[in-house]
Design a protein around this ligand. Structure first.
Ligand SMILES: Nc1ncnc2c1ncn2[C@@H]1O[C@H](COP(=O)(O)OP(=O)(O)OP(=O)(O)O)[C@@H](O)[C@H]1O
Length: 299
């Protein structure tokens, strides 16, 4: 279990993070979600003692700096660009392994895990962003750690790579590890995470299972496809419903009551081609949560 308490850092321009407290449980993938600039990287740096600020983070009860064997306890991916360009992937991993007391055989193992065996002898300077990201993950996995802290691990990966990392992180969590991965990409996160920690402008918005977050901020609409959208829209609005026209022949009605909408359509005589309830997903939930946090309205 990772426990973060009161993480706070203020930059001179007022940006930063404020009083972030959350726990990250083992056995699941926890997504750390926030818009660009929300403070995800700052939080991760605070958790690892890489940035100075207030608050405390413990990994199974110990702060990162107190861990006897950090490489074997906490696998970290924070800046996938930070490799010596002339060094090969294998040399980089050997160096980190030697420094962290990890047996050299792990180098081959992790290169295989991340699919870089055939590029092991290539200089990292010639790596694509996706390959660097894979090498960063290999570095994080070297010590076979119980905790994984990954800042934007899917950054730079192609769709196949994103699918691959999803499976990898799920497998690592299924082995009982604690996996904490940040992302600003909602679609990616919706498929990756079991739990969510959501921040906005440096403040905690939500922490808990993703399904709860989506349900809490969920919204249902009725979508109607008709060849007479104008007539139907007028009638729905007259009945006090909020309606928007999302395409030439598609109306979205702010209600979950399909029977009501279809009864109104029948009375209007508008031929209905399709009529269904559309539930919001993580993207809409996130928008609603951030708008609500700013004191506004989601729609
Ligand atoms: N060293 C720094 N000095 C001043 N301001 C900083 C510094 N590092 C980050 N910030 C500011 O703090 C805010 C949070 O940045 P941070 O990098 O933590 O966000 P993020 O959520 O990781 O964003 P992204 O998804 O774009 O990486 C931003 O407004 C950023 O400009």
């Amino acid at each position: 279990m990772i426990r973060a308490e009161g993480l706070t850092k203020r930059f001179p321009d007022g940006a930063g993070v404020e009083g972030l407290t959350f726990t990250v449980r083992p056995g699941v993938v926890t997504g750390f979600l926030g818009a660009n600039g929300a403070g995800k990287s700052t939080t991760i740096r605070l958790m690892l003692g890489l940035a100075r600020g207030a608050g405390r983070t413990t990994f199974g009860g110990s702060g990162y700096a107190q861990l006897a064997d950090p490489l074997r306890s906490v696998g970290v991916l924070v800046d996938a660009g930070a490799f010596h360009p002339a060094r090969t992937a294998e040399a980089h991993l050997r160096m980190v392994a030697a420094g962290g007391g990890v047996p050299a055989r792990r180098v081959r193992e992790v290169l295989a895990t991340v699919g870089l065996e055939t590029s092991a002898r290539k200089a990292v300077g010639r790596f694509s962003l996706g390959m660097r990201q894979r090498l960063g993950l290999a570095t994080a996995l070297l010590g076979d750690p119980e905790y994984l802290i990954l800042d934007e691990p899917a950054n730079g990966l192609d769709p196949e790579g994103v699918r691959w990392i999803r499976v990898l992180l799920r497998d690592l969590a299924a082995e009982g590890r604690t996996v904490f991965a940040s992302s600003h990409l909602l679609a990616e996160m919706s498929q990756l995470a079991d739990d969510l920690i959501v921040i906005d402008s440096g403040r905690l918005l939500s922490a808990g299972p993703m399904t709860e977050f989506v349900q809490r901020h969920a919204h249902a609409d009725v979508v109607v496809r008709t060849s007479q959208p104008v007539e139907l829209m007028l009638e729905l609005t007259r009945r006090g419903l909020r309606v928007s026209r999302e395409a030439a022949e598609e109306l979205v009605v702010d209600t979950a009551d399909t029977e009501l909408v279809s009864a109104i359509a029948a009375r209007t005589g508008a031929p209905v081609r399709e009529l269904f309830v559309r539930h919001s997903g993580l993207e809409e939930a996130f928008m609603a949560a951030t708008v609500a946090a700013k004191g506004g309205r989601a729609r």
